[in-house]
Design a protein around this ligand. Structure first.
Ligand code: CS2
Length: 489
């Protein structure tokens, strides 16, 4: 039997469920990027608002590329279970905040989505599409006009597929109809995510109509946010366990940790839910929150992922068992702390201690392969940002160098593995550089030459280049690390 409105009453009493009448909800939030993270984070915070009796904030969730989530959710009235797992903790709740799911792979669905976003009922458009979904060249901040997806959206205003096409054409429709613009709420792991979203949207709009671009610049709110909740892809074992607890079948439950954090800049043009009811914080210190999180959590996550992949550790919790890796992380955190501006009231030492506990959570099977994806999109804000601050101070950064060397070895190993696939929008360029030579210095220089990732300043810094090469060779010689075998120093 499937989870649905009709089977809600049969759930065991230990399972949380909506305490409100779902038929009375107004769908005023459109969320682009209907994945596990949104369902474990913003949707759950919105559920707390609905549970408080404010039914003005239902969510229409849209897949961007696939219809898989819509196919899973639609037959269950868009209800789904969130399982929060810790070492000695388990809480499962069924969430009702998503009232409609849009499939990302079908033209008719894209038309329906654009119509909903153009309608006055939509007050907020929120986004989780990961770094690459903004089509920005992160080193220069420029829109990737040469990207086929952007070119297609510029050519096809009736059927946009990227967030930029959808947002700009919906705003154009609203402007034409005299409807107020919605707020664009980026919830991706990017520094100043609201500003980046604004830059991408305005740059796209300029290609469409200069006057529209000026109107967007003047009247659309793009608050910045810091989002945090470790939410791995759901495994078959998780699904089986959760469904056993539910007593009915949820085709795609979400597994996450207990910890949750959302810090939001309070800048909304058509109102907003009181997400503080779900634990969110409104703050004007987003930049500090975001850079602390990106560097201390995500930077060490990426480091764990590449070192984990090289040492045969499948999950983050397994990688946290290896002193070789935790020693590097400790050094990385120290390097970060030396250039960190923590938000008021936050002690970085406590924050980092809590991260260690979160990474060790044995109940989460967070695959290092999942985090290792899209390195080209992640390295700049996670590792290169603190590196640049340290370079400006003239201090060495051996731990950051080790982390980048680990990414390089991961790329080289993939290039030398027959059938090896690098999950990264820049995979072709990266693998070409990584596979060209077996000489350590040449490999390091070739990869450092990828300007879209490293810019010009990082490769030009001879002290750092030497440090990186030293760490690259050190990892190649370490018997616990399985790099591509043919590297010569
Ligand atoms: C991870 C993040 O996949 C990744 O790159 O570092 O998804 C991480 O789990 C979240 O940002 C935690 O909030």
């Amino acid at each position: 039997m499937r989870l649905s409105e009709n089977t809600l009453a049969q759930l065991p009493s230990s399972i949380g469920r909506p305490a409100y009448d779902r038929r009375k909800i107004s769908a005023s939030i459109v969320h682009l990027g209907l994945g596990a993270f949104h369902r474990a984070h913003q949707a759950l915070m919105t559920e707390a608002v609905l549970n408080s009796g404010d039914l003005a904030w239902g969510i229409v969730g849209a897949g961007m590329q696939s219809s898989g989530m819509r196919d899973a959710l639609a037959p269950q009235d868009c209800l789904y279970a969130v399982a929060e797992f810790g070492a000695d903790f388990e809480r499962i709740s069924v969430v009702g905040a998503i009232v409609d799911a849009v499939g990302g792979a079908e033209d008719a669905e894209k038309v329906r989505l654009l119509a909903k976003m153009s309608d006055v009922s939509t007050r907020i458009v929120s986004i989780t599409v990961t770094e690459k979904g903004y089509y920005l060249d992160l080193a220069t901040g420029k829109l990737q006009l040469q990207s086929p997806a952007i070119a297609a959206d510029l050519a096809n205003p009736a059927l946009p597929r990227t967030i930029l096409g959808l947002i700009v054409y919906a705003l154009r429709n609203r402007k034409a109809a005299g409807v107020q613009p919605f707020t664009v709420l980026s919830c991706d792991n990017l520094p100043n995510n609201g500003k980046l979203a604004r830059a991408a949207v305005v740059a796209f709009a300029r290609e469409v109509d200069a006057e529209l671009a000026a109107w967007i610049e003047a009247s659309v709110c793009f608050p910045c946010t810091m989002v945090d909740r470790i939410t791995p892809a759901t495994t078959d074992a998780d699904r089986a366990h959760i469904n056993e607890r539910l007593g009915v079948e949820d085709a795609w439950p979400v597994v996450t940790e207990q910890f949750v954090q959302w810090v939001i800049e309070d800048k909304f043009s058509m109102g907003r839910p009181d997400w503080t009811l779900g634990g969110a914080v409104f703050s004007d210190e987003i930049e500090r929150w975001e850079s602390m999180k990106l560097r201390c959590l995500n930077g060490s996550h990426s480091t764990l992922a590449y070192l984990g992949q090289l040492t045969g550790r499948e999950t983050v919790a397994e990688a946290m068992q290896l002193p070789l890796i935790t020693d590097i992380l400790d050094a990385l955190w120290l390097e970060n702390r030396e250039v960190l501006q923590a938000p008021k009231g936050v002690d970085p030492a406590d924050y980092i201690e809590q991260l260690k506990q979160r990474f060790r959570n044995p109940a989460l099977k967070h695959r290092t392969a999942q985090i290792a994806s899209d390195g080209s999109q992640k390295l700049p804000q996670r590792l290169l940002a603190p590196l640049r601050e340290r370079m400006a101070k003239g201090v060495p950064s051996p731990a950051i160098a080790t982390a980048i060397a680990a990414w390089m070895h991961f790329a080289v190993k993939t290039a030398h593995t027959s059938g090896g696939v690098l999950s990264d929008p820049m995979s072709t360029e990266i693998l070409a550089q990584a596979g060209k030579s077996t000489d350590a210095a040449t490999i390091v220089d070739n990869l450092l030459g990828l300007q879209k990732i490293f810019g010009q300043d990082v490769p030009a810094n001879t002290a750092f280049r030497a440090e990186l090469l030293g760490k690259f060779i050190e990892l190649a010689k370490n018997p616990a690390v399985a790099t591509a075998t043919q590297i010569t120093a």
